[in-house]
Design a protein around this ligand. Structure first.
Ligand SMILES: *[C@@H]1O[C@H](CO)[C@@H](O)[C@H](O)[C@H]1NC(C)=O
Ligand SMILES: *[C@@H]1O[C@H](CO)[C@@H](O)[C@H](O)[C@H]1NC(C)=O
Ligand SMILES: *[C@@H]1O[C@H](CO)[C@@H](O)[C@H](O)[C@H]1NC(C)=O
Ligand SMILES: *[C@@H]1O[C@H](CO)[C@@H](O)[C@H](O)[C@H]1NC(C)=O
Ligand SMILES: [Cu+2]
Length: 388
């Protein structure tokens, strides 16, 4: 019984993940299928973490391009709904938070310096995405699961992808064209990599999120002309449009299928994997995580603090989580509860190693869990999902 449905899952995983509009390869889909088979072998041998969650009834997160139009519209409607619900952040803090959606943005801004270039990066964002998915489902009636954006499928032509094509079933278009300076990575102040201007830079022109409000930030804007925040901590009210500058220059260099497969296959050590995934800027390597962000960039997308204020963030970070899951499944025993790197950004200033006992703080959105809790996506509290 289990084997049969697993074979079906693996086949579907192969097919769905790679029915491409313009794929640059199949390597990641193969690693995904192999990883799922290894995960299945692991549970056959060791049992499940919890009887509540098995590979028979686990939730399936799918790639945006494989959703039906009505599934895409259901997701889009739920995101908009979240931006209209009242926030949980106390009004006494007098922040620019205006909605339940903004609760998530504030949480990310507040934690930014503790969750990037650190050992908790994958676990923190795993829990963050899951909590957002729960809010869409429990507070906005969404019946699906968090979709992801397979970078490799769109790396050669992101602007015409089903994610950015500006149609009613996309996550919105590019911005209007505004000539601007090259964008520096890691920052404009000290650039190691310079991203040339694309076809955008201004407010998003088409699609369901043209009127989607960005209320917080910017904190570290990549575009010089973004309206500054009235507060020094960038948490004041600063309503503005979503700006994007889609960059084929970036995606075609760093997020092709082969780039993703490279980091999965060649970085078995948790510390090396953690740093490689997030980029090695002095070496001129942007890494899949940062390059994913700068595939659309702009504001808030090009601001490491405020980036979740553009809703496509969550499709990107679901892919981050998917690639992490694929990497974990290549060696389930060694990698499910492994943590590398320290608790400061790129270990600056030097700090202790991250620990499985460290807690993940996601503010008003949910209570804390530990990195250990976030190790497995199947039934080790609180998750029960895999990727197709
Ligand atoms: C999944 O299946 C297990 C075993 O049959 C069952 O105990 C559990 O309640 C199910 N969970 C869900 C969420 O359906
Ligand atoms: C930011 O996070 C800290 C804990 O890390 C918390 O004490 C503080 O209340 C948060 N600030 C806001 C504005 O939520
Ligand atoms: C596929 O990518 C190439 C760039 O390598 C681009 O010229 C072409 O327009 C793309 N085709 C489709 C159907 O997206
Ligand atoms: C931190 O982790 C690194 C890499 O795994 C290891 O070499 C080092 O000994 C650890 N440091 C401490 C203090 O445990
Ligand atoms: Cu982040």
């Amino acid at each position: 019984m289990r084997s049969l449905s697993l074979v079906a899952l693996i086949l579907a995983s192969n097919t769905l993940a790679t029915s491409p509009s313009n794929s640059t390869g199949w390597k990641v889909a193969k690693l995904q299928a192999l990883g799922l088979a290894r995960l299945s072998t692991h549970v056959d041998k060791n049992g499940y973490y919890s009887e509540e969650c098995t590979l028979e009834n686990v939730s399936l997160r799918r790639e945006w391009g494989t959703l039906t139009d009505s599934e895409k519209k259901g997701y889009i409607a739920a995101v908009k709904c979240l931006s209209k619900l009242p926030p949980l952040t106390p009004t006494s803090l007098e922040t620019g938070v205006r909605s339940r959606y903004d609760d998530f943005v504030l949480t990310h801004i507040n934690q930014t310096l503790n969750i990037h270039g650190t050992g908790n990066f994958f676990a923190w964002h795993r829990y963050y995405i899951w909590t957002y998915e729960q809010a869409l489902r429990n507070e906005c009636g969404y019946t699906g699961y968090q979709p992801y954006m397979d970078w490799g499928k769109y790396a050669m032509d992101p602007e015409n992808s089903p994610i950015f094509d500006g149609s009613a079933t996309s996550m919105g278009s590019n911005g209007a064209f505004i000539a601007h300076d090259a964008v520096g990575i890691p920052s404009n102040a000290s650039p190691s990599i310079s991203i040339p201007t694309g076809n955008g830079g201004g407010c998003m022109t088409n699609g369901p999120f043209v009127d989607f409000p960005v209320n917080l930030g910017p904190c570290l804007p990549s575009l010089s002309y973004v309206e500054p925040n009235p507060r020094a901590d960038c948490l004041g009210y600063n309503p503005r449009c979503i700006r994007r500058d889609i960059s084929q220059w970036t995606s075609s260099r760093w997020t092709k299928d082969s780039d993703i497969a490279d980091v999965i296959e060649n970085y078995p050590d948790p510390t090396a994997w953690t740093y490689r995934f997030q980029g090695d800027f002095p070496a001129g390597y942007m890494g899949v995580h940062t390059a994913g962000h700068f595939t659309w960039g702009g504001d808030p997308g090009g601001d490491i603090f405020t980036s979740p204020a553009d809703p496509v963030f969550f499709l990107h970070h679901a892919q981050v989580d998917r690639v992490y899951w694929i990497w974990q499944n290549q060696n389930v025993d060694a990698r499910t509860f492994a943590v590398g790197a320290t608790i400061t950004i790129n270990n600056t200033p030097p700090s202790r190693n991250a620990s499985l006992d460290d807690t993940i703080d996601i503010g008003v959105n949910a209570g804390p869990i530990t990195l250990r809790d976030a190790g497995s996506t199947i039934g080790n509290t609180p998750f029960c999902y895999i990727y197709l």
